[in-house]
Design a protein around this ligand. Sequence first.
Ligand code: ME8
Length: 545
Amino acid sequence: SSSQLCKEKCFYITTPIFYVNAAPHLGHLYSAVIADCLHRWKLLQGFESRFATGTDEHGLKIQQAADAAGKDPLTFCTEVSQRFETLFSSCSVSFTDYIRTTEQRHRRAVEHFWSVLWNKGLIYKGSYEGWYSTQDESFLTPSQVGDALDPSGKEVKVSLESGHKVEWMKEENYMFRLSSFRSLLLDWLVKNPSAVQPERFHQAVLQWLQEDLPDLSVSRQRSRLQWGIPVPGDPEQTIYVWLDALVNYLTVVGYPEKHERWWHVAHHVIGKDILKFHAIYWPAFLLGAGLPLPQVIHVHSHWTVGGRKMSKSLGNVVDPFEHSRMFTNDGLRYFLLRQGVPDTDCDYTHDKVLKLLNAELADSLGGLLNRCTAPALNPAQVYPAFCSHSFPRDQRGRAVEEDYHMVETVRSLSTVVEKHYESMQVYKALEAISTCVRQTNGFIQRHTPWKLDRKDSKDGRWLDTIIHLTLECLRVYGTLLQPVVPEISDRLLTRLGVQSQERSWKDLDFLGRYFGTDCSFEGRPLGSNCGLLFSRLETQSGDKQ
Ligand code: ME8
């Protein structure tokens, strides 16, 4: 039944839910594409997987943005939320659930969650006095605040981390007993060294927990904030937007009635800007409510433009709609995942995208496919017969050491790629694949199959070996690349004649899949030619890079 615990091969992955105060930008797409890649990869491995994304629609800054646009908040939220949904759908982000915090099911979940904490005595009425940043919807300690000048030259206080303006706040609020969770949180992190990845972010959280952990204000006065969920039993208070937002991960899987089946396999993808909320507040809330903690919090760094974080407030955002038109969906996905390093920030430039895609997708991968499917070399348009796990005995004299090396590297590629996908180091997986593609091109180059004479039986067999091996390499690359570039992989595998039901991890079996033990395998036809795998992109001046 649906409430049964999913014990094996289940996976639940989420992105942050995005604020709707402004249009989506490339950073949002990046988080979604990472999560999509992990989701698709789990599916290929035979997992049942759920993938949730959506929008965060309550809070003061949304209320202000709607006011500024002259729209009522819900209409405003619906419009922007739809833009996120459209972006993700058009970029092959294959989410299974889309959540908006203004939905009724979410309100129910938040109210229930609040009542659980309340009934356990973890929420009390107190008064909060301190700094608050509306842009970050965050409470700050004095050490997190510094001086700065606003655009008009006036002295203001800002958050040292985000640079956003902060205001002194003094209110009657509900407080959550965060301070009493400090040692439990430390315990969790020490016992689960891979709970927060990469390692440097795990360390950062441990570091924060060395310091004082004050109780957290979890509501705002209704007079200051109307756009949110009222505190159950006290309409004069609105639930703090981060408590509201974090519960979305539970809402999606049917909290409070049906979440058990999926909740214990939760994985969150987040940007480093919201680490504290996910690795301290959220686990503390969950511990308080008696629920399991997420398995892994996958943290990534930021895309910068000209060295500064891409953000709505700095006005340096890259429009993902425009750039996916320019570079194609898969092109943009490939770039983000190939260049995005979770540990460190990366700078986005047009020129870098162009050069990388031309080199790796058009020339290297596309070129390799063209070479072994070109009618001149492969007139029968087949995956030719082959009956050896490596180079056949009578051809060993032709094969050189690098060839054997290539076969071994490709044979172990799936293990390497799997390890990197698992730890969200997608760029390392793509680096490994790209190295192999280069090696296979080198293999062809070395043996100049176009000089062989098909009519000579020995040459002909060697030619078939070269083609079969190259096609097998391509089949492996196409299969492993599916989570990253689904459209390109589909074109590649279709061209190779690989049916859709033979594209999963267990079908890989490099050089073994089409192996005729008694050499009875006659070869199989290639699929139809569906054009270029990836067209070279032109530079703006019109010359090719
Ligand atoms: O924080 N580079 O929403 P948000 C990479 N609603 N990723 C970036 C980025 C950049 N320059 N800018 C943003 C919120 N992101 C809350 C989350 S979750 C319960 C509530 C990505 O619209 C990154 O994942 O400000 C970051 O954490 C997220 O967008 C913040 O989106």
